[in-house]
Design a protein around this ligand. Sequence first.
Ligand code: ME8
Length: 635
Amino acid sequence: MGKFYVTTPIYYVNSRPHLGHAYTTMVADLVARYRRQRGDEVFFLTGTDEHGQNIERAASASSLPVREHVDRIVAEYKQTFSQLGFTYDYWIRTTDDYHKQGVQQLFRKVKENGYVYLGHYEGWYCVGCAEFKEETVDGSAPYCELHDRLAERLSEESYFFRLSEFQEKLLDYYERNPKFIRPEARRNEVIAFVKAGLKDLSISRVSVKWGIPVPDDPKHTLYVWFDALSNYITALGYGNYLENRFDKFWPADLHLVGKDILRFHAVYWPAFLMAAGIEPPRTVFAHGMWLSGGRKMSKTVGNVIDLNTLMRHFSNDQVRYFCYREMSFGQDGDFTYEALIDRVNADLAKGLGNLYSRTMKMIEKYCDGKLPSIDASKTALGDVILAAKERFEREMQDYNFSRALEVVWEAISAVDKYISDSAPWKLAKDPAAQSELQTVLYSSAEAIRHLTLLLAPILPTSAETMWKGMGLEGTPLNIVPATVPWASLPQTIISPPVQLFPTIDKEKLMAEIAKSSDIQTEQKTPTVTIEDFAKIDLRVALVLEAERVPKADKLLRLIVDLGEDKPRQIVAGIAQYYAPEQLIGRKIIVVANLEPRKLRGLESQGMLLAAQHSKEGRPILAGFLEDVPVGAKLK
Ligand code: ME8
């Protein structure tokens, strides 16, 4: 028995939670339940990252005061995570006062130890990434692929963290702690990155107001990542008035993160901690990303898996099973509703559910619902189950969730096969085979009991139902599987068997899902008045010229005639779907009074209209079947 401290990233409150955010927390929930079941004292932390320019911008886009905006998103996160049944112990918000105190304390400590100095920073900053980008060879603004925008030039007074002094210390730490960064491939990437050299890191901004003030110099706010990473210790009471859990729980045993933010956790975070004289965490595990239909989930593509839709059509256990089983932990995975339904049908309905109900039905029928009692030495399956239990523990402790599940399902198949081979329905008809029949039923039920214990952290609701259904006492999550010997199943009375996982009618459910995501999209679009609509100047435009924008795979530069004095330039992100020559001479629709915007240094004086292909995500340009005069207004 020991302690176990597991964390998730704290999520940005610039948009609503989606499957990706739920996933990391779902894995943390699994680890937390697994550890608790084995008797550890667990602290499971999750929460929200609420400062910085990005959040300020998201708030202004939703026309709300920042406070109100963040409170709303946090409420939605909490509501969703509670519906998903997550058992976190604490929810940290970086806008909470104790966090602010703790972060300031960490800054003071790092400064006191000589690792902070005041300087000037000038560079290309992407607001979306909240980080400075590398200089380009020709000195022009770098383009951020991820956020489809040019970085902005920023020069300001800034406090710097002497990251450059930590290169050797970090490399040494990685060397001495081979499990610090996992999986192995990611560890190698980080090592290569650190070996290439570390520059000092700017850790304050004067340009950002929505943040934690630097102690004794409040015109600066702390860099969002310094603020955010500190959450892992401020939530334990570091540098503030919360209950002191730091002494018990630090260092963290497991920081779970997506691979997108590994560098912050594996380079900056241990360096900040070392600078403050605090021990770094034990393991940072970077998992892969969920793709959807083979593509990165993105709002523009429209393939984000919405949690409300997911929760409406699937139980938490079904979603948990799929996520743990489908994603090889550490690699990317593909999330589709089709695959989810297939797994539920094959593994849960036909596999686990069927084994449970056939066994319980036979006990009901052949033993009047009372578990038989037999001599332990006569049982079958003991070695299969004990071997499975051992392998399961090894895989779980190594965070190979998918393989741990394979182990359980192999055991399920073995029990199934044992039942089919022994054919209890035949034994039942033979009065001389009664003791053999009891052996088969007892062994199968005992195997199910052991597997239920293993499954408890994975499928908490179903495991509880199975446990109660078998008339067993207590709750499986409070029982350490290793302390339960084989062939110790008591003679309980079972409840009438229930169907744990009904088979899903795939076609029908897919149609319902499609319908409910349409409804959702409709609901999210607010109604506008005719006056609002009239503010948008839509015009017919003729494409005169079209060419690719050098070094930007996505952009086309168009010259279009709107029937005005002179043609306009429009920069559009359609280069992957339309060749320039396809467009010349074509009549399109343009939003003529959109605020001009610079893309790759080129001013776009309008926006063209296209429909979004819902499945492929590709844009399809709007046009007319009949001929229309250039410059005609649409209304
Ligand atoms: O990065 N697949 O917050 P964030 C799997 N605030 N996981 C995904 C995912 C996907 N498609 N999309 C998101 C931040 N995630 C910072 C973190 S921590 C001190 C500060 C998960 O809201 C994954 O864990 O952008 C990823 O690392 C995290 O959400 C990013 O959440």
